[in-house]
Design a protein. Structure first.
Length: 255
């Protein structure tokens, strides 16, 4: 079995190769449980919109019951650590009044001891917490806390890098979409402009024909319909020109 330092070194070397946060946090948590010798654990990441800590990865008995659920980011021991930014060792979880007992009720799991460490981005801003529970042999101690702090620091940096990379990828996709729409707009504008020129000629000649016809002539009605259709078509080309940003909409006062 590899030593603690070997496991952490391997984690630091492989973690930055991940492009998916879920795969990344699973590897982090697996390493933490293996190195410290804990029975279960979870990584909770903050959702700034809902102000919740989301169980992004859970390992241990009945882990699937917690996966994807969330708790208020100011509740429980996890919430306290997230808010304070200070790691904590809890040797007797059930005696701690901050313990969010709902998680035990959901899973049927009995939390005895716990180490909770904040995950912090550059500048010390917390992005979540990592917690490990129920040491298999012996008692949790300061050395276990120090190990988890190191793992948490590596994990937070990798998570932040991955999130930033994803944000850049999304911006690049938006830019590509914008450029594509701009190209479509230019094409639509060119087609609309040429079509509008043809409609102008057609409408002009039709109006000349109308001027030569007797108002009672049957063909006068057909010519009037042509002019009406040309006007409608001109309206459509105006919309295309507006779409291509080559024409400004003329505002009208409405009731």
């Amino acid at each position: 079995m590899p030593s603690t330092l070997e496991s952490i070194r391997h984690l630091s070397e492989t973690l930055f190769q991940y492009t998916n946060v879920d795969d990344m946090v699973r590897q982090v948590l697996h390493t933490a449980l293996e190195v410290i010798g804990e029975d279960a654990g979870s990584i909770l990441l903050a959702d700034e919109k809902t102000k919740q800590l989301v169980f992004r990865c859970v390992l241990g008995e009945h882990a699937d019951r917690l996966q994807g659920t969330s708790i208020p980011w100011d509740k429980g021991i996890a919430g306290a650590v997230f808010s304070s930014g200070q790691a904590e060792v809890i040797p007797a979880v059930r005696q701690d009044t901050r313990h969010f007992a709902d998680t035990d009720r959901v899973t049927g799991y009995q939390s005895r001891d716990m180490i909770v460490v904040p995950l912090k981005r550059y500048g010390g801003i917390p992005i979540g917490v990592i917690e490990v529970l129920n040491k298999v042999t012996g008692q949790i101690d300061r050395a276990d806390l120090d190990i988890l702090v190191v793992i948490a620091s590596i994990a937070a940096a990798a998570i932040e890098r991955t999130n930033n990379a994803e944000a850049l990828r999304q911006k690049d996709l938006q830019l590509q979409k914008s450029q594509k729409m701009e190209a479509i707009g230019r094409l639509a504008g060119g087609v609309a402009h040429d079509f509008n020129n043809l409609l102008t000629v057609m409408r002009g000649f039709t109006e000349l024909i109308v001027a030569t016809l007797d108002p009672a002539a049957p063909s006068r009605q057909y010519a009037d319909e042509l002019i009406k259709a040309a006007k409608q078509a001109s309206g459509l080309t105006s919309q295309l020109l507006t779409f291509s940003r080559k024409q400004v909409l003329a505002p009208r006062v409405v009731n």
